[in-house]
Design a binder for this molecule. Sequence first.
Ligand SMILES: Cc1cc2nc3c(=O)[nH]c(=O)nc-3n(C[C@H](O)[C@H](O)[C@H](O)COP(=O)(O)O)c2cc1C
Length: 168
Amino acid sequence: MTHSSGTDVREYKAVLGHFCTGVTVVTSIDRGTPAGFTCQSFSALSLDPPLVLVCVRKESATWPGIRRSGRFAVSVLAAGQQAVGDRFARSGVDRFAGVDWRPSPAGMPFIDGALAWVECSVSEEIDAGDHTVVVAAVTALEAGTARDPLLFYRGRYLEHEPREAVTR
Ligand SMILES: Cc1cc2nc3c(=O)[nH]c(=O)nc-3n(C[C@H](O)[C@H](O)[C@H](O)COP(=O)(O)O)c2cc1C
């Protein structure tokens, strides 16, 4: 039996991990240098005005630089981009090494091969426990050729082979 007051970390992760999500990489240019991190907690938020949200760990070393720029891009990873998801969650490495990207209209890194890209500007940060809920206004949107998504479920990537690109 799970009790709201006595929820431990393992139980929280085990139960909440049943909510399957896509995987994104949140990127920006921090004082001239590309920066980014893997982010699962991306969501569409509002249509009018167009807003999205991401939840960022307060201990993130990358977020302060992204915050400073005030803008970021979200690249929605495709099946087969697990290595990119892994790379942007690793510390002590050049996360952009070997990763191709192109600039969004405002110059934010859009990662090649992703399913879709959203460029946005930070509009609000809401304090929430050990995370910050970041609300951002959408400034540009783009979808690539429809393919399978990279999925994260119960603490791991779901393995499946990407299908051939299909036309919509
Ligand atoms: C699949 C996956 C999803 C993640 N989702 C988030 C997230 O939603 N928010 C977050 O702050 N960190 C998330 N992380 C962790 C960050 O990618 C990781 O903490 C970060 O890269 C650590 O480096 P940093 O200190 O530069 O942020 C996720 C990691 C993985 C592998």
